[in-house]
Design a protein around this ligand. Structure first.
Ligand code: NAD
Ligand code: GDC
Length: 376
């Protein structure tokens, strides 16, 4: 029996790598994983999948690549994007907006190929900033995205692409599904180099402090910022449930367990069995003051919501980063890994945590299409 062909764009990344594995475990489809990164830089490689890697075969901004990967497919999971934590998206707004090329070409190629279902990974960064001014935030319901005032750059691109998905469904009949992810974390994700988000950064800094013996930690902002963090297994399960559902409008996919960044550090310290002196970096990227996910809609449709506790998820994430640290880092590196860097504009400045060899921070080369501006 021929299996349906399912495409995962961004399959070399954090969530995409876990999703490819889950789809293969289900054993009901043939999986095509696509990513602009060379295969050696993929976070997880599943040899049972058909992998399209590198700028030539895996760049989903290139319509020819999208046509090739969508040909004969029934389902598409469009996760490919130039993204990262606050340190990256606040300082690379143009690059984040270029992901519109990927979303547009993947939608066009999917519609042309007769793809039935198209999943788009949107973000809580679409939400109106004026509703996130207080750490004691009211959880964000889907309607809070309007009137529009999303995170600059990245948030606008996601909101625009949500609308494009809707109009492709209304005008061309492709079944689009849109989930707004709320800060996803876990093993096999970005943990250093400048694109990492708070959970991985905090775990890395605690591990580095323990390794170096310098029992202090740098925290961006004043630590009172609040967020909810969703463990990767809940994310992958939610993606499957939303794709199989009849939820046509954007829906929150996030935890509703609200914590401060100080409490996030408490949890990592508890796992490490140490207490650190806290240094607050008030001029570092902080994003919104408070953000949480209102899960009324997803519960009403699916009778389900993300439920893995932060303590459980951070414990697994900490152990994984500790192992990576042991494998990849010389203890002498510990001091440099105790701080998080953030790039200024598209050209990272050496010395602020940018590591040229790092597979986690290939910013400016990844952002500009091959041959772009080469004249002619
Ligand atoms: P990630 O950076 O680990 O994965 C994204 C992948 O897309 C990367 O491997 C990257 O190389 C690839 N990519 C970028 N441009 C590409 C292109 N032109 N062609 C092909 N591949 C390309 O990020 P992630 O955390 O796995 O996020 C997956 C999706 O979920 C993204 O769309 C992201 O915006 C969205 N999202 C993630 C979170 C989160 O907290 N992780 C929150 C909200 C939304
Ligand atoms: O980067 P992030 O996880 O993204 O930051 C959360 C909070 O943690 C911020 O207030 C930040 O200042 C604080 N923080 C403290 N120390 C550190 O060392 C650190 N590194 C980082 N990265 N943060 C630190 C994210 C976007 C994603 C996605 C999700 C959707 O914004 O970056 O692209 O869209 O939102 O939920 P966050 O939650 O602000």
């Amino acid at each position: 029996m021929t299996k349906n062909i399912v495409v995962v764009a961004g399959g070399g990344g954090f969530i995409g790598g876990h999703l490819v594995k889950r789809l293969l475990e289900l054993g009901t489809c043939h999986v095509r994983a696509v990513d602009i990164k060379p295969l050696k830089d993929w976070y997880q490689v599943s040899t049972a999948a058909e992998n399209f890697a590198g700028p030539a075969d895996g760049d989903a901004r290139d319509f020819r690549v999208c046509r090739t990967i969508c040909h004969g497919a029934s389902d598409v999971y469009q996760l490919a994007a130039d993204m990262g934590g606050m340190g990256f998206i606040e300082n690379n707004k143009a690059l984040c907006m270029l992901s519109v090329l990927t979303n547009t070409h993947m939608l066009l190629a999917s519609q042309e190929a007769g793809v039935k279902r198209f999943f788009f990974s949107s973000s809580a960064c679409v939400y109106n900033a004026d509703k996130q001014l207080n750490p004691h935030v009211t959880a964000l319901a889907e309607a809070d995205a309007y009137p529009a005032l999303p995170e600059d750059g990245y948030g606008w691109e996601k909101l625009f692409s949500e609308r494009m998905c809707r109009h492709f469904r209304e005008d061309f009949g492709i079944q689009t599904r849109i989930a707004r992810f709320h800060n996803v974390y876990g093993p096999e994700g970005t943990w250093r180099g400048g694109r990492e988000k708070a959970p991985a950064a905090v775990c890395r800094k605690v591990i580095a402090a323990k390794a170096s013996g310098d029992h202090s930690i740098e925290i961006w902002g004043d630590g009172t910022q609040t967020r909810s963090f969703m463990y990767i297994d809940d994310c992958v399960e939610g993606i499957g449930k939303i794709m199989d559902s009849k939820i046509y409008e954007p829906v929150n996919l996030g935890s509703s367990e609200l914590v401060t960044i100080n409490q996030l550090v408490d949890i990592a310290e508890e796992i490490a069995g140490i207490k650190l002196k806290r240094h607050y970096k008030l001029d570092a990227p902080r994003g919104v003051a408070g953000r949480n996910s209102d899960n009324t809609k997803i519960r009403s449709y699916l009778g389900w919501e993300p439920s893995i506790s932060l303590k459980q998820g951070i414990a697994a994430t900490y152990r994984w980063i500790e192992e990576e640290f042991r494998k990849e880092c010389d203890p002498a590196d510990a001091k440099s890994l105790a701080t998080s860097g953030f790039s200024h504009g598209s050209k990272p400045i050496p010395g602020d945590g940018y590591v040229a060899e790092s597979r986690h921070m290939d910013t400016w080369r990844q952002g500009i299409p091959v041959g772009y501006g080469a004249g002619g």
